[in-house]
Design a protein around this ligand. Structure first.
Ligand code: NDP
Length: 417
């Protein structure tokens, strides 16, 4: 099997190393904007790779350029671990070239001032009731075209989205007749020693955290102000942490696919220093995506900020501590109440020892590779556009353990109020 990976950042690095060393792929091509980064990764890992490795330069915003690379290589699947801005062009190219598509994050428009995008956005905010800049509508709208082409598009196979939804499908399949509530808890107990840094792409991360929060109750979106709802939780392997309710993309698909669910929420932990810095940057306009004139040239404040912040790919060497990401379920089994927690604990230093990355890249890159593998080998291959909870979770759960993300099922956990 041949895998084409697009992007060569923090998440891609882990997915590429795992794919190359798995013995499942005969060859892996890395195509990204800056080919030199792809070449140095190949140099670094070629000694331990079981797959033939090659590189290419590609502009993932240009369908023709993508087709040039895809047709030249002929992969069984394309794994998009570039940025959410490029999801639609890469999907378009996969349709044109007749190849399966896999990604880790739903489409976001880079230019939120674009009038055509704005009009569609305002309409969706009115109709659906959540103001996040990203949603699944653009990718779900391609469902029929993928069906007709006999191709599979697997969306959002990172940890959350991704494994969080596989945990939901697993709980539904093995533990519940009816799931009533889902709380997805994402805890990063890692310390990198910087006053402020983001652990994946700063632009995507800061846009997500500084936006309004939201959750789903009885089929309706309820919005909160940014970071308005705060709880404390005692995480296995990490300890007590403050966590905040955020909008998160998998809420949208879980609300459709987990029948009868009454409430779905997403919480992420943040330290006090992170929030103080983020609020300050927001207040002075540094999180803006709208270009400004500066000394005769145009700059986008959040892109300039990204250039100043530590590259998330370099945090691995300095990060200590663990992550704990999972889902707490309440519901019914055989007429009785049941509560369950499925989670993974991952150690930053162990990840660094194994692949030279911190645990956030690891917990995203491993599931990205697993999703690509299951699509490429036909285990998770249906024509159309799908989210992770729409497939049989069992093979995915097995591969999580095999590739370094073992999970725990705990009955009667402490619930979040
Ligand atoms: P990085 O910024 O580290 O890497 C992005 C890569 O994409 C870089 O190699 C970049 O190239 C490349 N790229 C950007 N634009 C283009 C373009 N136009 N053409 C070709 N290549 C391009 O991001 P991360 O690794 O942190 O994140 C990757 C993805 O993973 C994102 O979509 C993110 O949202 C997602 N993610 C998902 C999570 C989950 O749990 N589901 C968690 C964390 C992240 P260059 O090197 O030139 O900059």
């Amino acid at each position: 099997m041949k895998l084409l990976v697009i992007g060569c950042g923090g998440v891609a690095r882990v997915a590429i190393i795992k794919a190359a060393t798995s013995g499942e792929f005969s060859s892996v091509m890395i195509a990204s904007r800056t080919e030199s980064k792809c070449i140095s990764l190949v140099e670094e890992i070629k000694g331990k790779s079981k797959a033939e490795l090659s590189t290419a330069t590609v502009n993932a915003e240009d369908v023709d350029d993508l087709c040039r690379v895809i047709k030249g290589y002929g992969p069984d699947a394309v794994l998009n671990v570039a940025l959410p801005y490029q999801d639609l062009t890469i999907m378009e190219a996969c349709l044109k070239c007749g190849v399966h598509y896999v990604d880790t994050a739903n489409y976001e428009c880079e230019d939120t001032d674009d009038p055509v995008w704005r009009a569609a956005y305002e309409k969706r905010v009115k109709e659906k009731g959540f103001t996040a800049y990203f949603d699944y509508s653009y990718q779900w709208a391609m469902r029929e075209r993928f069906e007709k082409a006999g191709l599979c598009a697997l969306l959002g196979t990172g940890f959350d989205p991704g494994v969080s939804q596989v945990f939901c499908a697993y709980a539904q399949k093995h533990y519940f007749d009816e799931i009533e509530t889902i709380d997805i808890l994402d805890c990063n107990g890692g310390d990198h020693g910087y006053a402020f840094a983001t652990n994946f792409n700063p632009e995507i991360n800061l846009r997500e955290v500084s936006a309004n929060g939201s959750y789903i109750e009885n089929g309706k979106w309820i919005e909160t102000k940014p970071l308005e709802i705060k709880r404390e939780y005692d995480f296995a392997g990490v300890g007590r942490k403050d966590m905040y309710l955020l909008h998160h993309e998998e809420l949208e698909s879980l609300a459709v696919n987990i029948k009868g669910v009454k409430r779905i929420r997403f919480f992420m932990t943040f330290g006090e220093s992170y929030i103080r810095h983020m609020n300050c940057l927001q207040d002075v306009g540094m999180l803006s995506t709208t270009p400004i004139e500066f000394e005769g040239r145009e700059i986008v404040p959040i892109k300039f900020l990204k250039a100043l912040l530590p590259d998330p790919a370099t945090l691995g060497a300095r990060t200590k501590g663990k992550t704990n990401i999972g889902c707490i379920f309440t519901g019914k089994k055989d007429g009785k109440d049941r509560t369950l927690y499925i989670y993974n604990v991952c150690d930053h230093e162990e990840c660094f020892k194994e692949v030279g990355s911190q645990a956030i890249s690891y917990t995203t890159g491993v599931p990205a590779m697993i999703g690509a593998l299951l699509v490429a080998n036909g285990t998770w291959q249906k024509s159309g556009v799908y989210n992770c909870e729409e497939f049989d979770p069992d093979p995915y759960m097995e591969l999580l353990t095999k590739y370094g993300l073992p999970w725990t099922v705990e009955e009667d956990p402490v619930l979040v109020d």
